[in-house]
Design a protein around this ligand. Sequence first.
Ligand SMILES: Nc1ncnc2c1ncn2[C@@H]1O[C@H](COP(=O)(O)OP(=O)(O)OP(=O)(O)O)[C@@H](O)[C@H]1O
Ligand SMILES: [Mg+2]
Length: 555
Amino acid sequence: MSQELAGTPVLILREGASRSRGRDAQHANIMAAKIVAESVKSALGPKGMDKMLVDSFGDVTITSDGRTILDEMDIQHPAAKMMVEVAKTQDDEVGDGTTSAAIIAGELLSKSEELIDKNVHPTVIIDGYRKAGEKALEILEKIAKPVSPTDREWLKKVAITSMASKLVADHKEQLADIASQAILHVTEKGEKEFKVDIDDIMVEKKPGESMNDTKLINGIVIDKEVVHPGMPKRTEKAKIALLDTALEIEKTEFDAKINIESPEQMEAFLKQEESMLKDMVDKITKTGANVIIAQKGIDDLAQHFLARKQILAVRRVKKSDMEKLAKATGGKIITNLDDVSEKDLGHADLVEERKIGDDKMTFIEGCKNPKAVAILIRGGTERIVAEAERSIHDALCVGRDIVREPKVVAGGGAPELEVARQLREYAKTFLGREQLAVVAYAEAMEAIPLTLAENAGLDPIDILSELHVRHEKGEVWAGVDVNEGKAKNMEKAGVFEPLAVKKQIIKSATEAATMILKIDDIIASGKTKGPPMPPKGAPGMGGMGGMGAEGAGEF
Ligand SMILES: Nc1ncnc2c1ncn2[C@@H]1O[C@H](COP(=O)(O)OP(=O)(O)OP(=O)(O)O)[C@@H](O)[C@H]1O
Ligand SMILES: [Mg+2]
C-alpha cells in the first residue's frame, strides 16, 4: 500500500493556494515592510514633505501624519499591513511618533536582512533586538528630564514640536497655546498622579476665515442652528432639556387610511394632533426649561409653540455631542417625556447662536461642569482644517503624555543618537552573533537623525560624523537642527518631546520587526481575495511578494 503511494504528491491545500518558506518568505515580508517605511520617510520632521492621498472616491487628503498616510494607502500585503498596525498602536498609545515608528521598524528589518545573508539565524537576531530594545528604554529613561506635569510652558513646548512638522506649522505657537490651555482645563488631580482624558476636549472644525481665528471655547459648540426664527438666539442662565425623543407625532409603521367625510371631522383630526404636540411641549416647559437640545426632530407646530414661549431649541444634534452636553451641563438625556422633571435639566450660563462663516453654530458656555471645553478650528479650506484637526490631535496627545508621565527628551534625533552610542557600548558585553544584532539595532536608531538631515537637504554623512563626535564627548542632546541646517544642542534649540512618545516608538518598532522576522512560512489560500501574487521579484505596493507560482508548485 505505502509503496503504491510513493511518488504521488499529497495535496493538503486547495488548488490555487500558494506557499513560500524559509528565506523566500522572510525576504518577501522584509521587502514589503521596507517599502512601507520608505513611503513615509520623506514626511519625517519639520522639513518633511506632505503627501496627497486620493481615495477610490476621488476624495483628497493632504497630510504628513504617518498614521493617516498609512491608513489611507490601500495596502494588501500581510507584512505591510503589520507595519500599518505599528502606526496605529503608536497613535492610540501616545498620539505622535507614527512616522518614526514605521521608519525604525523598516530599518530594523533592513539591517536584519544583511545579518540573515551573513548566516545569522533570525532567532538570534530577534533575541538581540529584544535585548537592545529593553536597553534602549532604560537609556531613554536615564537621559530624560523630569518636568512639572501641570506647567503650561512645557505642554506648549512639546505641542509646538509636534506641530512643527505639520502643514499648520506657521500657526504652531498659537495652536499650541490653545491646546495646552485645553489640556490643563480637563486635567484633574488623582490620588497619586494627574488624570486627563482628551476625549473631554471637544474639537469642532469649520472652514472659513483663517487659522488665526481658531479659538478655545469655554463650553461646547454644536454645528446646528436655532430651529425657528421666532425663538430667542441668546438665553442666559440656561436650563437645558436634552431630548432623545422626537417632538413629533409618530408615523404608523404601516399605511393607514382614514376616511374623513366632513370638514368637522378634518378639523377634529388636526386639533387632536395639535393638542398632542402641545401636550409634549407643556411637559417640557413645566420643568422650567428655557433651552431644548434635541437629538431627533421637532415638528413645525411644536417649534411654533416653543417659539411662543420664548424657548430656544436646536434639533438633530449628533449622539456623541448629546453625551458631551450631558457631561458638561450636568443634565440627563431624556428618553420619555412622561417622567421628565426639573432635576433632569442641565445648566449653563449662556446658550447662543452665532454666525460662523456662512453657517450658524450654537455655543453653550459657562457650563455647570467647569471642565467642559472646546476648540473651534477655522482655516482657509476644508483640507486645511482637516489637517489642522489631525495636528491639534497630536498636540493634545503629547500634552496629555506629559501630564501622565512628566518627562521630556530633546528632539532632532538627539535621543536616538545617544541611544545608539550607548547601545554600541552595550553590544560589547555580548559574545558572538547577538552582538551583531545589538549593533544593527543601534544603526537602525540612527535612521531618525539621518532622515531628518536628508529631508532638510543637508549632507547626512557630514552631520552624522560631527554628531557622533559630540556624543562621544558627552553632549547628550546634540542633534540635527533642521531650521538652522546644522548640528546643534537641541536642548538649547528648545525642541522637546515627551519621553512617552520615544519609548513607545521603541516598543512598537521592536515588536513589529521581531514579529515579522519570526515568520518563515507564508501560506496564502487561493480562494480569498488576499494579496495578489505578482511574478517573483516584482515589487509594488499591491503585492510585494515573490510568494508566487513557484511556491504553489510544491503541492
Ligand atoms: N526644529 C527641529 N529640528 C530638528 N528636528 C525636529 C525639529 N522639530 C521636530 N523635530 C523632529 O521631527 C521628528 C518628528 O517628525 P514628525 O512629526 O514628522 O514624525 P513623527 O512624530 O514620527 O510622526 P507623526 O507626527 O506623523 O505621527 C522628531 O524626531 C522631532 O524631534
Ligand atoms: Mg510628530
